[in-house]
Write a protein that binds this ligand. Structure first.
Ligand code: CP
Length: 303
């Protein structure tokens, strides 16, 4: 694996390998030492042009726990502010003989552009509306930990599908692993089409999406990517589309609640549902670290 730019192109086998490796990495994360020196001498730079808590910090920890030297560049305090282009910034990082660059950027295709212009391995940490592959992998790992085989499992994705790179990557990974994906959101926040239509259902009501679901994934309202007027108000959004304990009862009895974060508490998900037993949101965060360690291992390791 030279680069990880999107889920498309990965096979079922590749994904199973990442999940197996993440399980191995979890043992390191949960050990008292949190340290394995397999990549001492390797370096990684996280280059973020958009805000992040989970992805940037978990990549940083992932590299450090595996012995790497890690530097973080935030575009808001770098020479990007003096007019340096994305490619020139990446070439500067590459000149340090950096092994891995983790990029988050608001332009779809930005990570592909870097992969074509630098020597380092590129990991896409979210590019515009296009893809967020490590998020989809950590979501998949969380589901597999819970259910094992995902064949035939119903996963409802609810919210701002149109602007969601997480939804796009999840549709790719979940359908590849045999799950059926049910999408629902305000009509103005639904895409016209998605890949893998065969196992993707566009729902007309929230009930249709939630009924008998094995997992329900809420999505963040991405105010930063929306033109105004796509829905009347956050209050109205919460009332009509928000997930709460009453609505969650439509899903299977032991269904799990997921969200990639950050959550607009009380908008996409009510506070009481978010803090309830069925929520695996914090588990997703831990699994994100394990999956990112797994990706680094498969990228840099001997095999
Ligand atoms: N899910 C996710 O990408 O979160 P961050 O924006 O905090 O990285």
């Amino acid at each position: 694996m030279k680069h990880l730019l999107q889920i498309k192109g990965l096979s079922k086998d590749d994904i199973n390998k990442i999940i197996d490796k993440a399980t191995e990495m979890k043992k390191i994360v949960l050990s008292g030492k949190k340290r394995d020196d397999r990549f001492v001498g390797k370096s990684m730079v996280t280059l973020f042009y958009e805000n992040s808590t989970r992805t940037m910090n978990s990549f940083t920890f992932a590299g450090q726990f595996l012995g790497m030297t890690v530097a973080n560049i935030n575009s808001s305090v770098s020479s990007v502010q003096k007019g340096e282009s994305l490619i020139d910034t990446a070439r500067t990082i590459d000149a340090y003989n950096t092994d891995v660059i983790v990029l988050r950027h608001s332009y779809s295709g930005a990570s592909k552009l870097l992969a074509e212009n630098v020597n380092a391995h590129i990991i896409n940490a979210g590019d515009g509306l296009h893809a967020h592959p490590t998020q989809a992998l950590l979501d998949l790992y969380t589901l597999v930990e819970h259910y094992g085989d995902l064949s035939g499992k119903k996963v409802a994705i609810v919210g701002d599908i149109l602007h969601s790179r997480v939804a796009r990557s999840n549709i790719e990974s979940l359908t590849l692993m045999g799950a059926k994906v049910y999408l629902f959101g305000p009509k103005t926040l639904m895409p016209i089409e998605t890949p893998n239509r065969e196992n993707v259902v566009f729902c007309n009501t929230l009930n249709e999406a939630l009924e008998d679901a094995d997992a329900v994934m809420g999505l963040r309202i991405q105010l930063e990517r929306q033109k105004t007027g796509l829905f009347p108000s956050l209050k109205e959004y919460a009332k009509i589309y928000g997930l709460n304990s009453e609505r969650m009862k439509l899903a299977k009895e032991n269904a799990i609640l997921m969200h990639p974060g950050p959550v607009n508490r009380g908008v996409e998900i009510s506070a009481e549902l978010m803090d309830s037993e069925c929520s695996v949101i914090e588990k997703q965060v831990l699994n994100g670290l394990c999956v990112r360690m797994a990706v680094l291992d498969l990228m840099l390791g001997e095999n």
